[in-house]
Design a protein around this ligand. Structure first.
Ligand code: ADP
Ligand code: MG
Length: 899
């Protein structure tokens, strides 16, 4: 076997790196050979001996070095233990299912283990046994006694892998724990105290936030440091999930939203916009007819009499197909200018009209239909492109002003136009304009007529007004988004009268999570369900920054290569591709491309039927829950039995996925559903070509497509995959190399119901995907850039907080702060030409509960230093009173609980 691996790993950088690891694999196997003669006890004794030795090494770096030295022997111990379990046909239960141990680490798995130990990403295809690979570095790194974590994508997999691999750890004398969503803190603490702990990224992350942001004593904290972690399905966790930070929130103290109030008006506004867009689209249809080259062979600009037109202008008019008689401004100074022509062109150019529709209603039905026609599509794309030149910014603005509002599908933004603002508030067109606070404040400050108190009062009023305006603008913009960009059963579902977010990427429902910034309330208002209280963030961290806490981080997945740059830049993780244990025998067919979704789906159904008829199992991947359900309805009509997975019920889904390789089975699944569960082929299936994987849409990221393809042909099994694409797919509409696609369509003359299939087309689709990947990377990077600032703050605050929690005498720390902060503030207010006594009193009263008044303070009677001393004493006194007050009841409570 080593022979074939060697053949595969010559040449590229990755291959050279792996080649260097080969001698280690040999060493491991030599030790394994030696250990065969040992008794169980002797093998197990090695664990205890190493643990004892490593515990004595205090410097982390020295500990890491020692681990590197013992790696071959330690990996061999694990492999040898696996062999013993297999020889004895060791039986056990995992998630209530009986199992027999049947695995001994393959050589490629040893390589993967070394890569993981070195803090890198091991790319190993689905079915290569990554669960078993992780046992090697987890065992080794857990020997330090500092804890080793394995991070999974869901609770079910955490439990499955902990129970399954636990057999091996148990045999070797290491303890293993597993974090589950519903565990109480005491149980969690026990799990973290184990040598090895399995759990999901969100449980680990939330425990971190609770430990550092909520716990008020050391005893309440559950984690014990961040030493070594392996992230399974690392792309899913560090890239896909990384888009939303982990947030612990509580209800906000006050809520001032106006969603209910604005809903009826916004509904009307959206309806008006729809009517407007439909009307523009119908005009465009007529104009397209007029431009039909079959009807007007050449275009003459049709010059009016008595007006001078320069040759440039005439040329432009011919180019833009504008009749000069239709040009606005005709007769003004007897001249027609270029901008007159451009303006007319925007009125009479159907491409521009449809671009306007796109701005106002990106999912307009007529627009979508026109995009299927190569000529019209090109005209619309051309219009759009031309407007994004810098010189045409004003024209673009003017175009937008002809609508009530604009919606940007790509950046998820909504913007009211003047018309829209007038409709919503005809009496006060300024209702949606924020006042210029800075200037107003300066004016108030400079007004000699006003006393200080009056100035403060005026400023407060302006501030209040500004806040109300801002809230209103914000609410309206969120409502517009809720109506125009968020579709029920796509981005969210309604369950028990609640809006539940569906992760578009994975199709998973995310109960309990809420869109931030009032968007969730806006959608609740739209759906007419109870509008929940706005929440405020109590503690938050991005997944990225959580995992950066670990001294050493490693990851494994079937698909990391396309995102190697991001892993490197953000996590300092390098990717090593590990060859498969057996050669891959999968056929990847070219994509099939259709004009419309409808045609695409009917071809998908045909292919499913063919497979089903010859009893070949099919796994159909979809990009959304909606698409899964649509396909399911179509299959029902065809009377083809099938299962649908939406990543909602991990455990049941794992059972269904396990059976997806049985003869004649049809399984429809969103891309996350059943990830991590292995599909074994049933009897007679390899002869029928193995599992067929059908992708019903190219995903935004190439990686997810590879992941889907990888579902078949594991461990050298036969299998095949094919993707179906239509021009109506979101990817193609928004990011398709539109122009090139259109050309290709023209070239091949794509008719209704026809399909295209060519290597080039795969490339075009990939280009679009790369573009989206790039954009999503930037979005994640931006989230992270923001969080980096907070992260510094978090580090300082959490460190200080933990010091306080740990200290026997928090009073001392608090006094330190007071002694430092108070004199500085006093100086700031008083050690100036005109001492600001009111300001200082205000600061004291908003920082400490002293209720200080001018009369009580008597600041004028003391020097600056004396005033500082005076305040420090008052504050400390108040603290003493408060703490003696608090300490008493607390001891009472603990008496009650202990008796
Ligand atoms: P991955 O996570 O890489 O997709 P899994 O860890 O789920 O793969 O393992 C896939 C299947 O391969 C499992 O059924 C497992 O029992 C089997 N397997 C893994 N390693 C071995 C091995 N060394 N010998 C035999 N079977 C193995
Ligand atoms: Mg796995």
């Amino acid at each position: 076997m080593v022979g074939w691996i060697l053949k595969k790993i010559l040449g590229s950088k990755n291959q050279r790196e792996l080649k260097r690891l080969m001698p280690i694999a040999h060493r491991i196997n030599e030790f394994d050979e030696q250990f065969k003669s040992l008794s169980d006890e002797a093998l197990r004794a090695k664990t205890a001996a190493w643990k004892e030795e490593l515990a004595k090494i205090l410097e982390p770096q020295d500990q890491w070095n020692r681990l590197d030295e013992i790696l071959p022997e330690a990996f061999a111990v694990v492999k040898n233990a696996a062999r013993r379990l297999k020889e004895r046909q060791h039986t056990f239960t995992v998630c209530d299912q009986p199992m027999t141990w049947d695995m001994v680490h393959f050589d490629v798995q040893l390589l993967g283990g070394v890569v993981l130990h070195r803090g890198r990403i091991a790319e190993m295809a689905t079915g290569e046994g990554k669960t078993l690979v992780a046992t090697l570095p987890l065992y080794l790194n857990a020997l330090t006694g500092r804890g080793a974590h394995l991070v999974t994508v869901n609770d079910y997999l955490a439990r499955r892998d902990a129970e399954w691999m636990g057999q091996l750890y148990d045999f070797l004398g290491l303890t293993v724990g597993c974090i589950q969503h519903d565990q109480e803190p005491d149980i969690r603490r026990e799990q973290y105290a184990m040598d090895i702990t399995y759990g999901t990224n969100s449980e680990f992350g939330f425990d971190y936030l609770r430990d550092n942001g909520m716990a008020t004593t050391r005893e309440q904290q559950v984690q014990r440091g961040y030493h070594y972690a392996i992230v399974d399905e690392v792309d899913s966790i560090l890239i896909d999930e990384a888009r939303t930070p982990l947030i612990i929130s509580g209800p906000a103290t006050i809520s001032t939203h106006q969603y209910d109030k604005w809903k009826p008006l916004i509904e009307q506004l959206v309806r008006k916009q729809t009517m407007l867009c439909n009307r523009i689209a119908s005009e465009a249809v007529e104009l397209f007819d007029r431009l039909d080259p079959g009807k007007i062979p050449t275009f003459t600009p049709n010059e009016p009499i008595g007006v001078t037109v320069s040759p440039e202008v005439r040329k432009l008019a011919a180019e833009l197909r504008v009749h000069l008689t239709e040009v606005a401004g005709t007769g003004k100074d007897g001249k027609i200018t270029e901008s007159d022509v451009r303006y007319a062109a925007s009125k009479f150019n159907p491409g521009i009209l449809m671009f306007k529709v796109k701005l106002g209603q990106p999912r307009n039905k007529q627009l979508l239909r026109m995009m299927e026609d190569p000529d019209k599509r090109r005209a619309i794309d051309k219009a759009e492109l031309s407007f994004y030149q810098d010189t045409r910014k004003e024209e673009l603005f003017a175009l937008k002003e002809e609508l009530f509002f604009t919606i940007d599908e790509k950046s998820n933004e909504a913007d009211l136009s003047e018309q829209g603002r007038m409709f919503l508030n005809p009496d006060d067109p300024n209702a949606f304009v924020l006042p210029d606070l800075i200037n107003e404040f300066t004016e108030i400050d400079l007004d000699p007529e006003l006393s200080q108190e009056e100035k403060d009062k005026r400023k407060a009023e302006r501030q209040q007004l500004c806040d109300t305006q801002a809230e209103r603008i914000h609410n309206i913009s969120q409502l517009l988004k809720a109506y125009c960009l968020f579709e029920k059963d796509v981005q969210y579902v309604i369950e028990e009268n609640k809006v539940v977010i569906v992760d578009e990427f994975t199709g998973r429902k995310m109960p309990g999570r809420r869109w931030s910034d009032g968007l969730h309330q806006a959608v609740e208002a739209k759906e007419g369900v109870q509008i929940d209280r706005e929440t405020q963030t109590l503690a938050t961290i991005t997944i990225q920054n959580y995992f950066r806490l670990y001294q050493k981080l490693a990851g494994m997945t079937g698909t990391a290569e396309t995102e190697a740059a991001e892993f490197h830049d953000i996590y300092k993780l390098d990717v090593n591709m590990i060859p498969t244990n057996r050669p891959i025998a999968r056929t990847d067919y070219n994509d099939r491309i259709y004009k419309t979704r409808r045609e695409k789906y009917s071809s998908v159904i045909n292919e499913i039927r063919e497979c089903h008829n010859k009893q070949q199992p099919v796994l159909v991947g979809t990009v959304s829950v909606e698409a899964s359900e649509l396909l399911s309805r179509m299959l029902k009509r065809e009377k083809i039995p099938h299962n649908v997975l939406n990543a909602k019920f991990h455990m049941q889904e794992a059972e269904i996925v396990q059976r997806a390789g049985q003869p004649g089975t049809v399984t429809i699944s969103t891309n996350m559903a059943g990830r991590g569960t292995d599909i074994k082929l049933g009897a007679g299936v390899p002869e029928r070509g193995g599992l067929m994987v059908i992708g019903t849409e190219r995903h935004e990221a190439r990686r997810i497509d590879r992941q889907l393809r990888g579902r078949c042909a594991r461990q050298g099994d036969p299998g095949s995959s094919r993707f179906y694409v239509s021009f109506e797919d979101d990817l193609m509409r928004n990011f398709g190399a539109a122009d090139r696609m259109t050309r290709i369509m023209e070239r091949f003359g794509l008719e209704e119901g026809q399909e295209l299939e060519h290597r080039w087309l795969n490339k075009s689709v990939e280009t679009a995907q790369k573009r989206v990947e790039q954009r999503n990377y930037l979005v994640r990077k931006r989230t992270l850039d923001f969080d980096d600032v907070m992260n510094m703050q978090r580090e300082v605050v959490y460190t200080y907080r933990n010091e306080t929690i740990d200290s026997e005498e928090p009073r001392r720390l608090i006094y330190e702060v007071i002694d430092e902060a108070v004199p500085a503030k006093v100086k700031e207010y008083l050690d100036v030409d005109e001492p600001n006594y009111t300001g200082l009193i205000h600061w004291v009263n908003t920082t400490f509960p002293l209720g200080l008044t001018k009369e009580k303070a008597q600041f004028e009677t003391r020097t600056v230093e004396e005033n500082a001393q005076f305040l420090i004493e008052k504050i400390k006194n108040a603290y003493e009173r408060k703490s003696s007050h608090e300490e008493r009841p607390r001891s009472k409570v603990s008496n009650v609980t202990s008796s």
